[in-house]
Design a protein around this ligand. Structure first.
Ligand code: THU
Length: 302
């Protein structure tokens, strides 16, 4: 059970939503020990000052969290309940879980950017901070997925569900930021959703020897395949200049694993279009019509 102590202006209705989110985060994590969290609501200047003082990063951010638990090195996800007992304050009848700082103007900007309500973004930032306090981090790709999963489960549990298409599109836009495209200047990001819900992102990686360039979509597919995934339900592709319908080579590579894939694209700050791989690559050369059929033919004739 987590109780929030809020420092800053917050209407009652928003306080109730945040408190419900905190309670649910504790349930999702199996944290039964009564504990409290100090939440400071500030602005970009306030959060930038704290970012500089504590992390040496001289700029504003959306959320900061300072755990009270002194976690050991290594993977500490799932250890909060046990370690919280050491923080027990008998006078208060609760353990102190830590501090969370949120920039309200940032929350407002991000809500607009992601196209969802302000309350949803506030909840997300709080829940993100809470999972940090409970021992999660997002340095490694796998830890990040694990943390995102917990966050979505928490937000889903209090009815703050985010449209999955928006999640994919936003992840593709984020992936676009890492594109290596010094030759064409055309930056592409992709986010591929495996059938089990796992997300794999990719960007285009160009080369001075132009033909060696790898498209964003194929980077995502190859990452997923190399992690053992074989079946996919959707891909989102983002570019900053024009509609990034996937090139022929990417359509063919995608169709190997996901002939029924949904394809979402986004460009130019928020335009979105949707198609299917079946429509983008009709009569494709598939394992069934291609390699396998060829082998079957050989068997029949030979
Ligand atoms: N590109 C992609 O990443 N995906 C596509 O489907 C088409 C093209 C990249 C490759 C290259 O880096 C740049 O866009 C210009 O062709």
């Amino acid at each position: 059970m987590i109780r929030l102590l809020i420092d800053g202006d917050l209407p009652d209705s928003q306080y109730d939503v945040l408190q419900a989110a905190a309670r649910h985060a504790a349930t999702v994590e199996g944290v039964m020990t009564p504990c409290y969290v100090q939440v400071v609501l500030t602005d970009d200047r306030g959060i930038a000052a704290l970012n500089t003082a504590h992390r040496g990063i001289n700029r504003p951010t959306d959320v900061l969290s300072f755990p009270s638990i002194d976690y050991p090195a290594g993977d500490t996800a799932g250890q909060a309940e046990q370690l919280l007992l050491e923080e027990w304050d008998a006078d208060l009848g609760a353990s102190f879980l830590g501090d969370i700082i949120i920039s309200l103007p940032r929350a407002r900007e991000q809500a607009t950017q992601y196209g969802h309500p302000y309350e949803r973004e506030l909840c997300y930032l709080l829940v993100h901070g809470l999972f940090h306090l409970m021992g999660y981090d997002h340095q490694m790709e796998e830890d990040k997925r694990n943390m995102r999963h917990k966050e979505e489960e928490t937000l889903g549990g209090i009815g703050q569900i985010r449209n999955m298409d928006d999640v994919l599109l936003q992840a593709a836009r984020e992936a676009m930021k890492t594109a290596y495209a010094p030759y064409s200047g055309f930056r592409v990001g992709a986010c591929l959703q495996a059938e089990d819900g796992t997300l794999y992102t990719g960007c285009n990686v160009e080369n001075a020897s132009f033909g060696l360039t790898n498209c964003g979509e194929r980077t995502a597919v190859f990452k997923a395949i190399s992690e053992g995934k074989r079946r996919f339900s959707a891909i989102a592709i983002a570019a900053d200049q024009h509609a990034p319908w996937p090139c022929g080579a990417c359509r063919q590579v995608l169709s190997e694993f996901a002939p029924d894939l949904r394809v979402l694209i986004t460009w130019d700050d928020g335009q979105v279009a949707e198609s299917t791989l079946k429509d983008l690559l009709p009569h494709s050369f598939s394992p069934a019509t291609g390699a396998d059929a060829h082998l079957l033919g050989k068997e029949r004739h030979g």
